[in-house]
Design a protein around this ligand. Sequence first.
Ligand code: SF4
Length: 127
Amino acid sequence: MPRLRGHHLICLQFFVGKGYSRGFVRNTLKVLREKDKITIVDCLDDVCRACPYNTNGRCSNPRTSNERIRGLDELALSLFSVRVGSRIRWDEVRRKLPKVLPIWIKKACKSCSWWKVCKNEMLKFKC
Ligand code: SF4
């Protein structure tokens, strides 16, 4: 059962096989194959574990900050009304996504370096 942090509940929905390294992509695809039921965490998760920016338990992505990432985790969890330590089904995330996306796009996506990659996938959802 994958362990995911808040913002990955949303970002993984639009994953198209691109990422920070080949190892990162391979690992993320593995997480997606096992995604039916998810445990929510508030730290580096099963996606972060293969990321080159996973540095001593913190996200060191130079395009953002660890604090900003944690803020996005909190926003995602509040939009889905789930708590750290709880479990959620992937299907439930998908069901709630159309309602969540307009706020998420405004507050998270527009300033994200992956926005151009995710945008086309997002258009498939009715918001
Ligand atoms: S960039 Fe940061 S939050 Fe994103 S996968 Fe890497 S370590 Fe995790």
